[in-house]
Design a binder for this molecule. Structure first.
Ligand code: SER
Length: 317
């Protein structure tokens, strides 16, 4: 039985994808990898420290564990990538090309997460279609478009089974914010549960599509398990679950934390990134081709998030 490998396992998606895959396939069959060691001793399955920009290192791990599927999550997010664009390009592209090379040699399937960041100002602002103009103005978006194209190319040219989602902003209680533009939402929750006011770096009215992590994890698993013969797009499926601006999230949180206060001090860099992305995306291709349906909306996500972060009223305890 082949195993599954996750790169960037300690990151935002990996921290929840690894436990989900282990619950589904058995802990021993999921190899978590990251550039750094996990904090503490607790490990519930195989872990390898791995710089996945180095194909020979990745190749050795894939051989040693008999890997059949690679979930390639290691990447820099949008805001942190703008601080050092050369490094973001190097990391995001060298790791993906290494993954695709090794996958080609070992006939592995690959999952690659793209993003709403793969769109740009010339993309339709509302309900950005599956197949739309993509001229991103961030280095993160440029690596995501290049990645989407490389993934499509690898399917067509080498017959590798590469699949992917274009994810919106992800909200998770498992990891602290990790350098994304949409991470204000995660930060807002963390401030609310610890009774601290939050200074939001995006302006009121900056609506973006978002998704609660359990939906993203389920979407990744469902796409990878779907009969590939019936997929028309295969890579970069638009998926979304909800749409809100910072003040709408604040209002929803205030239903549970009435004294919660948000101030707005705009960070021009992150505001410009957010404004370069569409306000909303159209995920009808994912819905039609493989049955994508989100389970959480703003209200149910807020309640669950606050409960998971320890707010007693929201958790019903
Ligand atoms: N959440 C990501 C970011 O803000 C977008 O994919 O960078």
């Amino acid at each position: 039985m082949k195993t599954l490998l996750v790169s960037g396992a300690l990151g935002q998606i990996g921290s929840e994808l690894v436990p989900a895959l282990r619950a589904r396939h058995g802990a021993d069959r999921v190899v978590a990898t990251d550039i750094r060691a996990p904090a503490g001793e607790a490990r519930d399955g195989p872990f390898e420290i791995l710089d996945c920009t180095l194909p020979e290192r990745l190749d050795a791990v894939v051989r040693r564990h008999g890997v059949g599927t690679i979930f390639h999550l290691a990447a820099q997010l949008s805001a942190v990538a703008e601080k050092n664009p050369q490094e973001a390009w190097r990391l995001n592209m060298a790791s993906l090309t290494a993954v695709l090379d090794v996958a080609r040699q070992h006939r592995c399937a690959v999952f690659f997460p793209s993003s709403i960041g793969a769109f740009g100002p010339s993309t339709p602002r509302q309900h950005a279609p599956q197949d739309a103009i993509q001229r991103p103005t961030t280095i993160y978006g440029i690596t995501k478009v290049a990645g989407e194209l490389l993934c499509d190319y690898s399917v067509a040219r080498f017959g590798i089974d590469v699949r992917g989602l274009r994810l919106p902003g992800l909200i998770s209680h498992a990891t602290p914010p990790g350098g994304g533009t949409t991470d204000y939402a995660v930060d807002m929750f963390r401030h609310a549960v610890s009774d601290r006011p939050y200074v939001c770096y995006l302006e009121r009215g900056t609506s973006l599509d978002m998704m609660y992590m359990p939906d993203a994890i389920r979407g990744i698993v469902e796409l990878m398990e779907f009969d590939g013969a019936h997929l028309r797009h295969r890579n970069a499926f638009n998926v979304t679950a909800m749409n809100f601006a910072p003040e709408e999230l604040a209002t929803e949180i205030q239903k549970w934390v009435p004294g919660f206060v948000v101030h707005y001090v705009v960070d021009p860099v992150r505001q410009a990134i957010a404004e370069s992305w569409p306000r909303s995306i159209d995920d009808s291709a994912a819905r039609t081709e493989w049955g994508w349906r989100p389970a959480f909306d703003l209200a149910s996500m807020t309640r669950d998030m606050l409960g998971k972060l320890g707010l007693t009223a929201a958790s019903g305890r």
